[in-house]
Design a protein around this ligand. Structure first.
Ligand code: SUG
Length: 446
């Protein structure tokens, strides 16, 4: 039996735009009102998927959500026909129309937290969709995410898709962006590492400028639901100072895979204690643990935030060596570029760096790691996944043609007021569910 890590990337939706919706996410705020290119965004993401599939990694795709969300507009009191609701929102509250139109479900690291069957008591893969309750445009994702995951991971003998946690500040949950699993082999029992930004009830340090989106209470609840035992979990607090510097998710400052944690030295509160606990718990499962800690003197937190060095994917090749998948911005920052050259030159677990142009997503604060949800699967589980979502040559070609046919190459903030965008988006998504073989997934199809 071969157990491996599959990556499910979000396909960028037709309404990809820059609306400055994410306070605390430096890129999102900096690029507010700039003109987006949804076609290029979707292509960039699809090319990453194709390249990784070509290299032999198990690569799946998760479909975009329906946007603009007419459901949200109606909940907010904009009534009438679809076009009327859009027109009213455009006039009275353009910021709410922007929230209803965001393509943010592309960042599937925030779709859910996933625990592999090797860690869970019922030997099923557990998913908890993230409530994303700290931002309105993201808080509307989890219901559709639940439906999508339910359609792809449908077999109840292998998969358990929970409901999201209640969407309230005490239980703010941002999914896998704040969760990492360490293990000797993917199929062996591992240690799941939950990183939170603040605690609602236990007094502790908190950021002063930007919000901490993930709470300890949410992380603990997810671990509890998935049935993870004490020796399988480690909770750690993110350094509030780095949240205030723009690290709105832990995956902007740390990434882990198998027995390696690659992180900035300022990532965590009481870092030594965190590393020691991870090492001790992994040792109980006969697994080693290595930390590659990047010193502030070499790469500052500001450099990490602008280059997204740590929003990289750390992937294990069949021979056990690891490759680091980084955005092009890492090559454009001289200090980060030098660091990466030195990293691969010296002996250690990371032997190669692969660079991708993901500029459209990056301008909203979404790098390679944001775009993917990791799901560890054994042979039987892999066989139980809806077959149409795996990226191969044929699916790549179909999706590429689908993007070409349906996507605009320019979307400015004012374009969100155009009611034909809804019609275009629905037409595209209707065709997509046929391509992916997922049945009627969207509200408008039901
Ligand atoms: O939640 N950006 C997303 C980026 C998510 C990145 N994900 C991870 N780090 N895993 C966010 O802040 C910006 C949308 C806008 O401003 O139009 C946005 O939602």
């Amino acid at each position: 039996m071969k157990t491996l890590e599959a990556n499910f990337d979000g396909l960028v939706g037709p309404t990809h735009n820059y609306a400055g919706l994410s306070f605390g996410n430096v890129a999102s705020q900096k690029n507010e009102h700039s003109v987006a290119n949804p076609k290029a965004a979707a292509r960039q993401g699809l090319r990453k998927m194709k390249r990784l599939a070509d290299l032999g990694f198990a690569q799946g795709v998760l479909p975009p959500q329906e946007r603009p969300s007419i459901r949200l507009l109606r909940e907010l009191g904009f009534s009438g026909k679809d076009a009327e609701a859009i027109a009213k929102a455009a006039k009275e509250a353009p910021e709410l129309l922007a929230a209803a139109s965001s393509a943010s479900a592309m960042w599937t690291a925030n779709a859910a937290t996933v625990s592999p069957s090797a860690d869970t008591p019922d030997r099923r893969v557990h998913f908890t969709p993230a409530n994303l309750c700290s931002k309105l445009h993201r808080a509307i994702e989890h219901e559709a995410t639940h439906r999508t995951l339910g359609a792809i991971f449908a077999d109840p003998s292998h998969f358990m898709v929970h409901e999201a946690l209640p969407g309230t500040p005490a239980l703010g949950d941002e999914g896998a962006a704040n969760h990492t699993r360490f293990c000797a082999q993917y199929g062996a029992r591992g240690v799941e590492f939950f990183v939170y930004g603040r605690s609602e009830y236990r007094h502790g340090p908190e950021p002063k400028r930007f919000p901490a989106r993930q709470t300890f209470e949410a992380s603990r609840a997810v671990a509890q639901r998935h049935g993870l035992t004490e020796d399988t979990v480690v909770f750690a607090q993110q350094n509030p100072e780095v949240i205030d510097a723009g690290v709105f998710h832990n995956d902007v400052i740390a990434v882990g895979n198998r027995t390696t944690l690659f992180c900035h030295e300022r990532a965590f509160v009481e870092r030594k204690g965190v590393y020691d606990e991870l090492r001790a718990k992994l040792a109980k499962h006969d697994a080693a643990f290595d930390v590659i800690e990047v010193p502030d003197a070499q790469v500052s937190v500001a450099d990490a935030v602008s280059s997204y060095l740590f929003n990289s994917q750390l992937l294990s090749r069949a021979d056990g060596s690891q490759i680091l998948v980084v955005p092009q911005e890492c090559r454009e920052n001289p200090r980060v570029a030098i660091y990466l050259d030195e990293l691969v030159a010296k002996p250690g677990p990371i032997g190669e760096v692969l660079t991708f142009d993901l500029r459209e997503s990056m301008k909203n604060g979404g790098g390679p790691a944001c775009l993917r949800l990791r799901v560890v699967l054994d042979d039987a589980e892999r066989a139980a996944v809806a077959p149409g979502v795996w990226i191969n040559d044929a699916l790549f070609t179909r999706l590429d043609a689908w993007i070409e046919k349906h996507y605009r190459d320019r979307l400015a903030p004012q374009d969100l007021t155009d009611p034909t965008l809804l019609v275009e988006s629905r037409t595209a998504l209707d065709e997509l569910t046929q391509i992916l073989g997922l049945g009627s997934l969207y509200d408008f199809q039901r």
